[in-house]
Design a protein around this ligand. Structure first.
Ligand SMILES: [Ca+2]
Length: 209
């Protein structure tokens, strides 16, 4: 067998290599299998799937996205609070995973900027891989962003992967945070590829005899 073919087969056979988010683009129209949990002193006054252009002037068009209104339950100066939106994904030790997602913050009608439209953190079991901050956000100054983060688990097990959305204030009337397009890719280690590749080559050789 040719080496390129071997590597291709090895990538397919590696456990977890083909896994990704389920309903990472929210096109089912509901949240399953995502789990929404409040952070300490955090809450959301909305959790819904709506049609939204997640990158505004960017190349993406409108599609279904997850929409929230997050913030503190009780005002606490300078302590961000809100929710975590995660799902359980099996990750394998030693493989390098890249996670991607899009976020936006917008006020529906209020033209006055809210000081912090939303803080978006890409998380794996609470570990922050990347952070995006909307900053001042109004109906005329919506904010858009993309997060990319890399994670290499030490242990093969299920991890809660997703986004933490918080604000250091209580929740104003019409300020929304939106997320969409959660994606995951994995780069198998060359050493692992070699071992799996050698195994396939060995089996292929035996079969020919
Ligand atoms: Ca979508």
């Amino acid at each position: 067998m040719r080496p390129k073919l071997l590597i291709g087969i090895a990538a397919l056979l590696l456990p977890g290599a083909g896994l990704s988010f389920v309903n990472g683009d929210f096109e089912t129209g509901n949240f399953a299998p995502w789990v929404i949990t409040n952070t300490a002193n955090g809450q959301t006054l909305a959790q819904e799937i709506v049609l939204f252009d997640i990158d505004g002037p960017g190349p993406l068009g409108a599609s279904l996205a997850a929409r929230f209104r997050v913030g503190q339950v009780t005002f606490q100066s300078g302590v961000p609070a809100g929710i975590e939106l995660t799902q359980s994904i099996a990750l394998n030790a030693g493989l390098e995973y890249t996670f991607d997602m899009d976020w936006a913050a917008i006020r529906e009608t209020t033209t006055t900027g809210n000081a912090q439209g939303g803080i978006f953190e890409l998380i794996v079991d609470g570990t922050v891989l990347a952070t995006g901050m909307a900053g001042s956000t109004s109906s005329t100054t919506p904010k858009y962003g993309h997060l990319t983060g890399v994670y290499t688990p030490a242990v093969s097990q299920n991890y809660n992967v997703g986004v933490r959305i918080t604000r250091p204030f209580t929740i104003p009337a019409d300020l929304y945070q939106l997320v969409d397009n959660f994606e995951m890719s994995v780069v198998p280690e060359p050493a692992t590829l070699l071992i799996v590749g050698a195994g396939i080559a060995f089996l292929a050789k035996r079969k020919r005899r």
